[in-house]
Ligand binder design. Sequence first.
Ligand code: FAD
Length: 320
Amino acid sequence: MSPPSLIDTHPNLSDAAPVALSYELFPPRSPAAAETLWTTIRELETTEPDYVSVTYGASGSNRDTAIELIDRLLLETTLRPLAHLTCVGNTPEQLAGIIGQLLDTGVRGILALRGDLPNDASQPVNGSLRYAQDLIDLIRRVEQRRSALLCAGKIAVGVAAYPTRHPESPSEEHDVEVLLAKQRSGADFAITQVFFHSSQYSDLLTRARRAGVTIPIIPGVMPFTSLRRVKRLGELAGVEPSAELTERLAAADTDIERLHVGVDATVDLANAALDAGAPGIHLYTFNEHQSALEVLDKLALPRQTRSGSRSIANRGQLAS
Ligand code: FAD
């Protein structure tokens, strides 16, 4: 009798994979901002996200506050931090030191970024790494040197992906080639820049899969509850916000109306991204919890949490 086929004995994994949930936070710039942030962190913690990402200034301007925040998250909360790290303006030696410091605090996930170039720099700073891809290579080299300390485990390396052309890039196709290069260097997953139309995310997925990108591409979604922020983010990312959204936000008379308009638009966008195959949702919180929680309530994501499988049901906080 022939032995049973390995394929036949594989467990059935045809069930839908659980959807990941994560939040972006930035290091506080003052003691008052730190207090607000910690209220936000405690509120977000109750939703049991899979990880929270902590931003990092280009050229490491806020390195100490970023590492301090990550340290506190690890020591005082149940949250798993994903540390953003930018390479622009830093030498490989400096960056290797920071990567080592992050690993020593217990970080096991790094979002490898180039960072925005300073306005006056048309050339890379002398001796500094040039692209995010170079930073991934460096992270993987540090990981290899520390293999025994990590019990031969891997650091999860994330990268940025762009639903609309990166401002310095010649085309969206070039952006996808860069994403593929980052995957080949060892990126495990990508989080997208802000986008305003669901087709921008689904088209990115199509372009990326066609080019051979297989890593998860998680949509980064901002709660559209502030007109000023929507416009500012649109400018920074070189993305045109939808005219309908800006008009509706401008026409809203009260904060609660703006919250309704913004949350509904964000939920629609996130649901469309999930329908297109998004493996999770990354919420840009701007260190505020209210709109993030409202979005989450309305999304009712099917999630696997540490305290058991559940979907976060609509708590009905917004007056309908
Ligand atoms: P890269 O992937 O290096 O790309 C930068 C430019 O170089 C692109 O135009 C690309 O097309 C081009 N390029 C890359 N590789 C090559 C190559 N091999 N050959 C030719 N051209 C190439 N910024 C911060 O300062 N701090 C943060 O914490 C931060 N967090 C972010 C989180 C997310 C999810 C996203 C999407 C962005 C974030 N940013 C952050 C912004 C990011 O730093 C900027 O968008 C930056 O301009 C590009 O970073 P990158 O990692 O995509 O760079």
